[in-house]
Design a protein around this ligand. Structure first.
Ligand code: ZN
Length: 558
């Protein structure tokens, strides 16, 4: 393999751009893999922002750029050296590798079950770079089991890595130590932004987050983030745990530097007043419903100016729900952020073209952006509803700890399917116009194929496979003789409620074995689904942002 490659490389310098058609197959293959992401220029109108806020925004973009390097290091210890090597290769093949590496933030193609695309790299480590090289999951598990309560909480916490101590045993290392250099630099930019802004709640968040980078205690800054009330809406720090393939314990660094879309946010606040009403009616045994949710959970619709780290690789995040600290979720709920400009780009570049292939002609007319946007909103709302603790009245431990590596898939599927359930409830109640019913289920079916293309390593896609198969078995989705899919409106409501009950009950009971059986049975791509995916050929899988406005800001405030 290596020798063959050396031969190819010798040929490359002779190639002129006009001879692109004669590029080696590997270069063309990589270019085709990159082309699955439709370029999208991220331009945000900042004309309403005063200079103080634009200056703060520029500092935040600088801080956010650093999360890229941190995140890549968290994924794999070899990432930094490999990036340097790829950057030094000016051949067409080298450039194609670098380009696709940057899409994935690593040498594994996430869309292709993490197949490596750079010669000589190991398989993507399931434990990422959070656990000691060479350690097994069983060794770490048995070490964790032997710790006292306080040490175990630290070792299983979001913000520590596990390393080997000088005696060869395991030890928990706080992020503030593990990533000390990068975090100090990020803190400096955050303090610059804090000095620039005229908005008190933003200043408080930025100062407390800068402090958290040094103390490793993120609680106060997460609370300040919850209380943000400013035109700029920054999310920066260690957050999601999906990269920890062993336990979903460890948080990866990410940034979303965004500005609020005030008009849409006001519209969404209307749904905020329905949260407890929905919780009280969840399709689950009443003892598992939460009697009193945390205070009104804020909903934000933003337009992204810049994203980085775990917030910018391959398939782009359209919405998220933070913080993940279960204490804060229990005390004050969580904040949902919808990335409107990213969602609109996805809808136009991927979902509309997919619906023309996947749906029967009669169904295609029912696919629209409003339905797409509203379900994403409700998905985020539903992450904040349902059990966070197991047992009647939440008397047991946390759900996440109880169902371990199943959690991401189960929770994403729960948010999706109970999102449909909740929107139907609000239609029945008259809060939402019931005329949108068929548009909701049909747009959701089209969006399923968009999600399934992400591959079975993605927890959203795994959750979606589970839903599609459940709905097919319940007769709610129908496969037509020509292979297109349709919704059976007479059966879909009952099927949605049934799966909602199943997933909520698994979470409420912390039923690891039951969850495992369900996932083993339904997290598969069946032939009829594969056939549609196979026909999507040239449709872009997702968008690839280029940060035009962020670059202009950095030029304006160097
Ligand atoms: Zn989600």
């Amino acid at each position: 393999m290596r020798r063959l490659l050396a031969c190819l490389l010798l040929l490359l310098p002779a190639l002129a751009p006009a001879e692109e058609m004669r590029l080696p197959p590997e270069t063309m293959r990589l270019q085709a893999m990159s082309a699955r992401f439709a370029p999208f220029e991220v331009r945000v109108d900042l004309s309403a922002l005063p200079e103080s806020e634009r200056r703060a925004l520029a500092s935040l973009v600088k801080a956010a750029r650093l999360t890229d390097a941190l995140y890549m290091r968290q994924l794999w210890a070899g990432n930094g050296a490999l990036l340097l090597k790829l950057q030094g290769d000016a051949t067409p093949l080298g450039r194609a590798r670098l380009d696709y590496y940057l899409v994935n933030r690593g040498p594994w193609s996430r869309l292709d079950d993490n197949a490596p695309f750079v010669p000589g790299v190991p398989p993507k480590p399931e434990a990422a770079n959070f656990y000691p090289v060479g350690a097994t999951k069983a060794e770490v598990e048995s070490w964790l089991a032997g710790l006292d309560e306080k040490a175990r909480a630290e070792a299983t916490g979001f913000f520590t890595t596990i390393r080997r101590g000088t005696d060869g045993g395991f030890v928990a290392v706080p992020y503030s130590l593990e990533y000390q250099g990068e975090l100090a630099e990020m803190a400096r930019h955050l303090r610059d932004a804090a000095a620039a802004t005229a908005e008190p709640s933003l200043k408080t968040f930025l100062e407390s987050r800068a402090e958290a980078f040094a103390t490793n205690d993120y609680y106060a800054s997460d609370v300040a983030w919850m209380k943000l009330d400013s035109a700029i809406e920054p999310t920066i720090g260690p957050y999601e745990v999906y990269e920890d393939g062993w336990f979903n314990y460890k948080a990866a660094f990410e940034s979303f530097i965004a500005v609020r879309d005030a008009e849409e946010t006001a519209k969404l606040d209307r749904f905020g007043s329905e949260l407890q009403w929905l919780e009280d009616r969840l399709p689950v045994d009443p003892s598992f419903r939460r009697k009193k949710l945390g205070g009104l959970a804020p909903l934000r619709v933003v337009n992204v100016v810049f994203s980085a780290g775990d917030g910018n690789h391959d398939v782009q995040t359209a919405a998220f729900n933070l913080p993940n600290d279960e204490r804060i979720v229990a005390e004050m709920g969580s904040k949902r952020i919808l990335l409107k400009n990213y969602q609109q780009a996805k809808f136009e570049k991927t979902l509309l073209p997919i619906s023309k292939v996947a749906l029967a002609a009669a169904d295609q007319a029912y696919v629209d952006f409003d339905a797409f946007f509203t379900h994403i909103l409700m998905h985020e709302v539903m992450h904040g509803l349902g059990p966070t603790n197991t047992g009647p009245d939440g008397s047991g431990g946390g759900v996440r700890a109880a169902i371990k590596e199943l959690y991401s898939t189960v929770e994403e599927a729960k948010a999706d399917i109970t999102g449909l359930w909740a929107l139907q409830k609000l239609m029945d109640k008259g809060v939402i116009d019931p005329a949108g019913e068929r548009r909701m289920y049909t747009t959701y079916l089209a969006s399923a194929f968009r999600t399934l293309r992400f591959g079975m390593d993605d927890s959203h896609a795994r959750g979606m496979a589970l839903q599609v198969n459940w709905l097919l078995d319940a007769g709610a989705y129908r496969v037509n003789p020509d292979g297109t899919f349709s919704v059976d409106m007479r059966r879909v409501k009952k099927a949605v409620e049934g799966l909602s009950r199943e997933l909520l009950t698994i979470e409420a009971k912390g039923d690891y074995e039951g969850g495992k059986r369900l996932l083993e049975r339904l997290v598969v791509l069946r032939p009829e689904v594969q056939a549609v995916l196979g026909r999507l050929g040239d449709v872009a899988v997702d968008i690839r942002p280029r940060f035009v406005t962020a670059e202009a800001l950095e030029a304006e405030f160097p």
